[in-house]
Design a protein around this ligand. Structure first.
Ligand code: FE
Ligand code: FE
Length: 195
């Protein structure tokens, strides 16, 4: 399916604000693709479709994942909203004809991240956080700059802020978020990067 057709279809499935967010992620991911040498079209499609199953009701999210044999963690069962990432990857394939595994992977991991992400995975995770329609979150100005300087520095900054925020609030968090944070903290030499 052409990207322009994907947009028409997506617009019917999402409320206006979420659709605008999707376009924001699409274009932000596109600009990051220019810098980091990943395929532009893949980046745009992953950005556009990353939330395409967001408005499937939560009980249906669980049922639809189960039906397809997608593994659901305990944390996701308790917080089915998180499943929109996995289900959006399924919908991208089934309803928008996306076969490319790199695109599907980036959609699948956009909420929690995961250890050892591909460049495209990182771009979509970050673009989702920094796109222009987003509410201004703490350190946003700096995080937006980092996004165009060093993906790992930016990723760690976002993850650190998320982990701190959730811990301060006393909220639980998906263990995968913590796993991802620890992975990148341990695998990135921030001193060397000098940012
Ligand atoms: Fe999302
Ligand atoms: Fe999103």
């Amino acid at each position: 399916m052409e990207r322009i057709k994907m947009r028409e279809k997506l617009q019917e499935k999402l409320p206006t604000k979420r659709y605008e967010h999707s376009l924001g992620v699409e274009y932000t991911a596109g600009t990051m693709a220019f810098i980091y040498g990943v395929d532009l079209e893949k980046s745009l499609i992953a950005g556009l479709l990353h939330d395409c199953a967001k408005y499937v009701p939560n009980d249906k999210k669980i049922a639809k994942c189960k039906k397809r044999g997608i593994p659901i963690t305990d944390y996701e069962l308790k917080n089915p909203e998180l499943l929109h990432a996995k289900l959006s990857a399924v919908y991208a394939k089934e309803k928008y004809g996306v076969e490319d595994e790199e695109i599907l992977s980036a959609i699948r991991s956009h909420t929690t991240g995961k250890p050892a992400m591909s460049t495209l995975d990182k771009i979509i995770y970050i673009a989702d956080y920094i796109e222009p329609n987003r509410n201004i979150l703490p350190d946003m100005e700096q995080i937006r700059k980092e996004a165009y300087k060093d993906l790992d520095v930016c990723l760690i900054h976002i993850l650190r802020n998320c982990v701190n925020y959730l811990q301060k609030k006393g909220s639980t968090m998906d263990p995968v978020t913590m796993e991802t944070y620890n992975y990148y903290k341990n695998h990135t030499c921030l001193e060397e990067k000098n940012i």
